[in-house]
Structures are given as structure tokens and as C-alpha cells.
Design a protein around this ligand. Structure first.
Ligand code: SF4
Length: 466
């Protein structure tokens, strides 16, 4: 069969990836395709066009919320030509019935157990309406259902098909090591989607895959240290100690980045894990700090991952110490903050930028976008605070999609725009790059810091300039 796997993009995003990382979902789906099929990958973020006239027996799209409008439009066009379409991804997980109106089949949950079966059914001309992987209720689905109740075994993940995309167009490759998150941040749909238990890929498979990546830099699409489970379950520590130990022993060592919890420096084995990660090439982490107030920590649920003692305690002293410790070990920190918690005001945007300036972390200050599938979306929907007249394509971070008790959507957007453009003046970019270089005197790390920030500067100018 001829199979087309599409990674959709909104018009405004085409050619404007903030950090050009090769996408994981389509390359994984291609890898799960048994031999004998022709697979074509279309990454619309980089300008690939969908060719509706080419021979295609099955089209598949991965859908995040801001892409749903575009994905449905593509699916409708394929189906109008008689081509079956499968839709999957986080948005479809939350709205299977909505997706079914545009798709021949809807895939809910992780792809490993479903995709080979979908291809078999397509070949027989017997596609089911819903394919479900994981412990989810299916009684409400109207139509035929194929359901595998357990989550997939990560020991059977094949090597991604990175060869199907032009590698040169991406600045870096990406890889994943685990799935699942125990943190339950209230604005994030990851825990409902992948479960609260962390599942690991076998270390030898991760290492073998790293050896196929390009030689200078890659991104780990996971939390690479800092889960609370590390404190409660010592075997979690073992996985990371062994993994980074193996990566540190590779002949060709690459720089790499990932997401990380700052409180890991306080764990019994956390410090050793971080040191080994640095030895193996870790140079930058994205850290979800979410809020600089106790009330924001409580409302976001982020206090768990920061390991504060109670939901509404904000321990700024410990946070700053942890930041300094990680920076001292040679790790650059990109701090993710969400503004728009009930007690936030417009002044919170500037206060957060001041904190980033003081600590030399790269500011990623965003206005709350309650993502469908997250607890906060459900809560706000019930309270009538979601601006329901806005379409899904407004959920990309540049629009405000909910009502705040004191700030208007326009004022939040304007203030967010101002601080993000201020946060990426050349002076600030150079000062942070120099700070990173002083702690990690490596030209490669300094260049990656500079070019990452330059990409962010360009993207924020474009997004907020609109
Ligand atoms: S935002 Fe919170 S819940 Fe979502 S993946 Fe990160 S740590 Fe887990």
C-alpha cells in the first residue's frame, strides 16, 4: 500500500520552527510500518505540501490541538477523494467523537499496538471506527472498536525512520527514553494520555539509537531527571545512572538537551545522575517552573515537581540555589513559566522576566492556554471561562483562550508580547550565552545557546508581532 503520514502545520508556522527538531511521531509511525509498504512523510512545518493527486491508500495525521482545524481540513479533502484517513494524537485522544466526523478511523492512545493492526485492516478493506490502546473506557464510542487494554511494551520500539525526512533541514534529531509522567500538572494532558507510571525503553536500545544520530547534538523528548518517583523508588535512579553511564562511555559523545526537574539536585542519587548526564553531553534543560507565587504553584499543580513542601508554598531561596547548582555543573536552563493563574496580575509578567534576568535563565514566559484533556480545561469549561467561540487553531500560545478574573485577553497578550520581546534583546541573549560559556567553556555549547535563543527571538517577534 501507499501510505502518507502527515505532520500538519498552521499557515503561520510554515518555515518558522522555533528550534528545528525532527518530529518523532511520524518517524515512529513509519518505523512501525511492516515491510512491503511505501511510506511517504509530509512535514508541513518545513513547507512540504500534501499531494492529493498522488496514489494513496491510507493517510494518517498526528493532531495536537492548535493543528486540529488544519488536520480536519486535510482529512476532509482526502476522504472526498475516497482515500481512508486515520487521525491520532493528543487532541484526538480528548475529542474522539469530534475527530470521527472527519476520519475513517480514530486512533486513541499510543500507536505501537494499533498501527500494524490498522494497516492489516486497511489491506482487508475492514477498517474499524475506533482503535484504542490503553486502559480507557470505550462504551460511549459509536461504531466498531478494536481495543488493546494494556499500554505498549517499550522494549519493542523499533528504530525511528529518520531516513524518510531530509535530515539537513533539521538542526537536531530527537529521541525518547521513557513515557508516562507522575506529576499531574493541572494544565497538561500528558499524565492522562501516557499514564502516571514512568515506563522505560531498554538502555541498550536507547544507546544503539543514539549512535545512529547525527554527531553534534540531539534532544531527549523527556524528563531526564527530577521525577518525584526517583525519591520514592530507588530503581528509578538505577535506570538513569546506567543510561548516562553508558552514554558517557560512547566513543563519539554528542551534546544533548532534555527536560529536567530542578529539585533533582536534592535527591540522594540525583546529584550523581546529573553529573553523569553532564559527562555524557547534557548541556541544556527545559524546566517547568510555572509560577513564582504559592497560589500559582498550587493552581498549576507544579509544586509537586519542584518538590515544595506544600501546594501553596513558594520557596524562592531553594529554587535559586537549585538553579545556581545546575548552572554551576554546566547546564543551561530554559525556564518555562505560565502566567494567568487567578492571583496573577499584569505585573506578574515583568516580575517573572526580572527573575529570569537575575538568575540568567532563558525566559519562556507564556500565557496560560488550558489544553483540552487537562484538568484545568475541564474546570474552566464548567465555570464558563473558556472562550468557546475561538477555534482550536487559536490554542497555539499567541492567543488568550480563557477569561481571567482581572486581566483582559487583550492586556495579557500585549504584556506577554512585550516581555517576550524584551527578554530576547541582543544584549540579554549575549549576556546569557556568556554566562553559559563561563560555566561550560565549550564553543559547541555556547553556539547552541546562542542559536537557540536567536531562533526564539525570531519566533516571538513574528508570533507577537501579528
Ligand atoms: S507539564 Fe507536568 S504533567 Fe506535563 S509532562 Fe511536564 S511534568 Fe509531566
Amino acid at each position: 500500500m501507499n501510505i502518507t503520514i502527515i505532520f500538519p502545520a498552521r499557515e503561520m508556522e510554515v518555515g518558522r520552527a522555533m528550534i528545528p527538531v525532527m518530529p518523532l511521531a511520524p518517524t515512529l509511525l513509519a518505523a512501525l510500518t511492516p515491510p512491503g509498504h511505501e511510506v511517504k512523510l509530509v512535514d508541513m512545518v518545513f513547507g512540504d505540501q500534501v499531494d492529493y493527486d498522488a496514489s494513496c491508500d491510507l493517510a494518517a495525521l498526528t493532531v495536537r490541538t492548535p493543528l486540529a482545524v488544519k488536520a480536519y481540513e486535510i482529512a476532509d479533502r482526502f476522504r472526498a477523494r475516497g482515500t481512508p484517513v486515520v487521525l491520532g494524537g493528543p487532541h484526538i485522544f480528548t475529542f474522539p467523537a469530534e475527530a470521527k466526523a472527519h476520519a475513517t478511523s480514530v486512533a486513541i492512545g499510543e500507536a505501537e499496538e494499533l498501527w500494524p493492526r490498522i494497516l492489516e485492516d486497511r489491506a482487508q478493506g475492514a477498517l474499524q471506527d475506533f482503535y484504542v490502546s490503553g486502559p480507557y473506557k470505550t462504551e460511549s464510542f459509536r461504531g466498531s472498536v478494536y481495543h488493546v487494554p494494556q499500554r505498549p511494551d517499550l522494549a519493542r520500539i523499533p528504530m525511528m525512520r529518520r531516513d524518510l525526512l531530509p535530515r539537513k533541514r533539521y538542526l537536531m534529531d530527537s529521541i525518547f527514553t521513557t513515557r508516562g509522567c507522575p506529576n499531574f500538572c493541572r494544565f497538561c494532558p500528558v499524565t492522562p494520555l501516557f499514564g502516571s507510571q514512568i515506563r522505560h525503553r531498554p538502555i541498550d536500545q536507547v544507546v544503539a539509537e543514539v549512535e545512529t544520530l547525527r554527531k553534534y547534538y540531539f534532544n531527549v523528548d523527556d524528563s531526564v531527571f527530577g521525577h518525584p518517583q526517583m525519591v520514592e523508588r530507588p530503581e528509578e535512579n538505577r535506570y538513569y545512572l546506567d543510561l548516562y553511564g553508558e552514554l558517557a562511555r560512547l566513543k563519539t559523545r554528542r551534546l544533548w538537551s532534555g527536560a529536567g526537574g530542578l529539585s533533582a539536585v536534592n535527591y540522594k542519587d540525583g546529584r550523581r545522575i546529573i553529573e553523569l548526564a553532564v559527562e555524557s553531553g547534557l548541556c541544556s534543560i527545559a524546566a517547568g517552573l510555572e509560577s513564582l507565587s504559592g497560589s500559582g504553584q498550587k493552581q498549576s499543580g507544579a509544586w509537586r515537581k519542584l518538590h515544595f513542601t506544600a501546594p501553596d508554598v513558594f520557596d524562592q531561596r531553594t529554587l535559586k540555589e537549585n538553579i545556581r547548582t545546575l548552572q554551576g555543573l554546566g547546564i543551561e536552563i530554559m525556564g518555562f513559566f505560565v502566567i494567568g493563574w487567578d492571583e496573577d496580575t499584569l505585573e506578574t509578567y515583568q516580575r517573572t522576566l526580572d527573575f529570569c534576568d537575575e538568575t540568567k535563565i532563558i525566559p519562556m514566559i507564556l500565557t496560560l492556554a488550558p489544553m483540552p484533556g487537562s484538568p484545568i480545561y475541564e474546570e474552566y469549561l464548567e465555570q464558563g471561562r473558556i472562550i468557546t467561540e475561538l477555534a482550536w487553531d487559536r490554542y497555539g500560545g499567541e492567543s488568550v483562550v480563557f477569561r481571567h478574573p482581572v486581566m483582559t485577553p487583550e492586556s495579557m497578550r500585549a504584556e506577554n508580547s512585550r516581555v517576550m520581546q524584551e527578554g530576547f534583546t541582543w544584549g540579554r541573549i549575549l549576556s546569557r550565552t556568556w554566562h553559559t560559556f563561563r560555566h561550560r567553556p565549550s564553543i559547541g555549547v555556547a553556539m547552541s545557546s546562542f542559536f537557540t535563543q536567536q531562533g526564539m527571538r525570531k519566533t516571538f517577534k513574528y508570533l507577537f508581532g501579528k
